[in-house]
Write a protein that binds this ligand. Structure first.
Ligand SMILES: *Cc1c(COP(=O)(O)O)cnc(C)c1O
Length: 368
């Protein structure tokens, strides 16, 4: 028998969440963002869950090639562009769109003869201050790129820093949109602005600005970038992490549990040992009280998470036994809630799912 820990991927929920993105941004084409192994879900699952997306966006060229090998024929976008001049021929050969965010990347494209035309996303830094040209350098970068013979379509792109913060962000979306317009107005080409936060608040945030392409990530995986809950946004969980109780201890008042003896029982209690630890991607910093579901009953983590196991309070679940079903996050327990208890975000939990965890497929609402 394999270890009971398993991550179930809900392809039907991925399709549903993509439809939600379409409803939020009905006039935009969608790059489904599949970086970080599709936020931990696996590229194979992403290909099926997001089959109706207009394109897939990720970071590495080798994964872009894998998508082609797996049969994806629609557009692919490299969100950070190329890392070396030797990557340029791959763009033409495999019809991959590249982001262009710095002068070095323009030089790489100038240097290499493109034997087939390619499309690019030119990135503007409108305040995120990670990648991109400043608004006042942008038109010059555009002109230089336009002059390269093998470059076909140039899409204008920027990234929002606070698309999730609706009230009093330090850098308002409206300000980033203003800078974007200042830099790109009058230049021919499509526009690509919103991440999940921007998509979920498309109407409020981006207003009438044409947003030909949107780039949702986390919302497609049933997580939120902040703001409201997934349920309120109409999103469904796409990954349910389940395991089982593999041991039970009846302990007395004053007994302690786990490494560092950090948890001390204030009364006699029943503790369940669950097959899931930080080597599986469960956050080691999750404090006691972090929610867990055992046999359909909501309870809490106690003691420190160890490498392969964690301990949970079974006092209120007298029928719990070795073999009881445990849900760590997903169906019935929003990943954002677990993340918040652990002082992180749903993104990090999904992406951290370890290689050793078995992955299977199943519909939401069924038990596997
Ligand atoms: C990761 C990423 C996205 C998706 O962001 P979410 O918050 O997950 O929706 C969009 N655009 C770019 C450039 C990204 O790197």
């Amino acid at each position: 028998m394999p270890r009971p820990l398993c991550a179930t991927i809900h392809i039907d929920s991925m399709q549903h969440n993509l439809d939600r993105a379409r409803t939020c941004a009905p006039h935009s084409k969608i790059w489904a963002v599949v970086k970080a192994n599709a936020y931990g879900h696996g590229l194979e699952h992403a290909l099926r869950g997001f089959a109706t997306a207009d394109g897939l966006a990720l970071i590495e060229t080798d994964n872009a090639l894998r998508l082609r090998q797996m049969g994806w024929i629609k557009p692919i976008l490299l969100l950070e562009g190329i890392f070396d001049v030797s990557d340029v021929p791959l763009l033409a050969e495999h019809n991959i769109n590249s982001t262009v965010h710095c002068i070095e990347q323009i030089r790489m494209l100038e240097y290499t003869q493109l034997y087939r035309p390619i499309d690019v996303h030119l990135k503007m830094n409108t305040g995120m201050n990670r990648l991109g040209f400043q608004p006042d350098e942008y038109a010059a970068a555009y002109k230089r790129l336009r002059a390269i013979p093998g470059i076909r379509n140039i899409t204008h792109m920027t990234h929002f820093a606070n698309a999730d913060e609706l009230e009093h962000p330090r850098l308002a979306i409206a300000e980033q949109v203003r800078r974007f317009r200042q830099g790109a107005d009058g230049l021919a080409g499509e526009r690509s602005l919103s991440n999940s936060g921007g998509v979920l608040h498309q109407a409020e945030l981006v207003g009438e600005l044409s947003n030909d392409w949107v780039r949702p990530g986390i919302m497609l995986y049933g997580g939120t970038p902040g703001g409201r809950t997934a349920l309120e946004y109409g999103l469904r969980p796409t990954m349910t992490l389940r395991s089982e109780v593999i041991g039970i201890q009846e302990i007395l008042e004053g007994d302690t549990v786990g490494y560092g003896s950090r948890f001390e029982a204030s009364a006699p209690m029943k503790v369940g040992v669950v097959a899931c630890g930080y080597a599986d991607g469960y956050p080691r910093h999750a404090p006691h009280g972090t929610p867990v579901i055992v046999d359909g009953v909501r309870t809490a983590l106690v003691g420190r998470v160890s490498m392969d196991m964690m301990t949970v309070d079974l006092t209120a679940i007298p029928n719990a036994r070795v073999g009881s079903k445990v849900t760590l996050w997903g169906d019935g327990l929003p990943i954002d809630e677990v993340a918040q208890a652990a002082g992180t975000i749903g993104y990090e939990l999904m992406c951290a799912l370890a290689q050793r965890v078995r992955v299977c497929e199943g519909r939401l609402g069924t038990n596997g």
